[in-house]
Design a protein around this ligand. Structure first.
Ligand code: TDO
Length: 183
């Protein structure tokens, strides 16, 4: 059972699984295909599950695959992140716009980001473990990186003036005007 909230960018959904708490702890369905398809109206097959751990201030992104694009269903099992999506579909009225949500082990929320978007996150807690399902396989030759700080996209990262910790690849991200994008 999940509750779904449409995000300001159409096609991106915030999913709130029902949490059954009792004296032992809690139980939730972290993924249920029938419920997922019912609330998002997306028919998808997930083929890969990813798991990463990062420390405070790490920013991963903004990543997408120009071929073999990946829809991603993201959740956090330890800590807290600010998770964001950027619409890279040129035909979309929201091309270049972003939306984001805080996902945490505590709120147990999930973000569904369909194909055609770039994805990234900033770690807000001491450490964070992030799990996500993807609708296509990792294809490094098709991987692209939109610059996390492109002012034309203008993601409002909750950085409070500090610099994020980035991989070399993410330090060399491409501004939107020079990115390969989707039709
Ligand atoms: C993403 C990925 C990486 N790898 C390997 C490649 C590399 O040696 C190591 C670390 O890769 P990266 O630095 O690209 O990891 P990371 O920066 O965490 O990349 C991820 O960022 C988030 C924001 C996403 O949306 C993901 O799709 C993915 O792009 O893991 C795989 O084997 N399979 C994968 O699916």
């Amino acid at each position: 059972m999940i509750t779904a909230k449409r995000m300001p960018l159409p096609d991106v959904w915030l999913l709130e699984p029902k949490v059954f708490g009792d004296a032992r702890g809690f139980f939730l369905e972290s993924y249920n295909q029938r419920d997922f398809e019912a609330v998002t109206a997306c028919r998808t097959t997930f083929v890969q599950d990813n798991h990463s751990r990062s420390r405070r201030g790490v920013l991963r992104g903004l990543h997408y695959q120009i071929q073999q694009p990946q829809g991603k269903l993201i959740r956090v099992i330890e800590g807290e992140i600010f998770d964001i999506a950027v619409d890279l579909r040129r035909s979309s009225p929201h091309f270049g716009c972003w939306t984001g949500a805080v996902l945490s082990a505590e709120n147990k929320h999930q973000l569904w980001i369909p194909e055609g978007f770039a994805h990234g996150f900033l770690v807000l807690s001491e450490t964070a473990e992030v799990l996500y399902k993807t609708t296509d396989y990792y294809a490094p030759e098709h991987e692209r990186c939109l610059a996390w700080d492109d002012p034309t996209v203008g993601v409002e990262w909750p950085l409070a003036g500090s610099r994020p910790l980035l991989s070399a690849k993410d330090q060399a991200g491409t501004v939107l005007a020079e990115c390969e994008v989707f039709d």
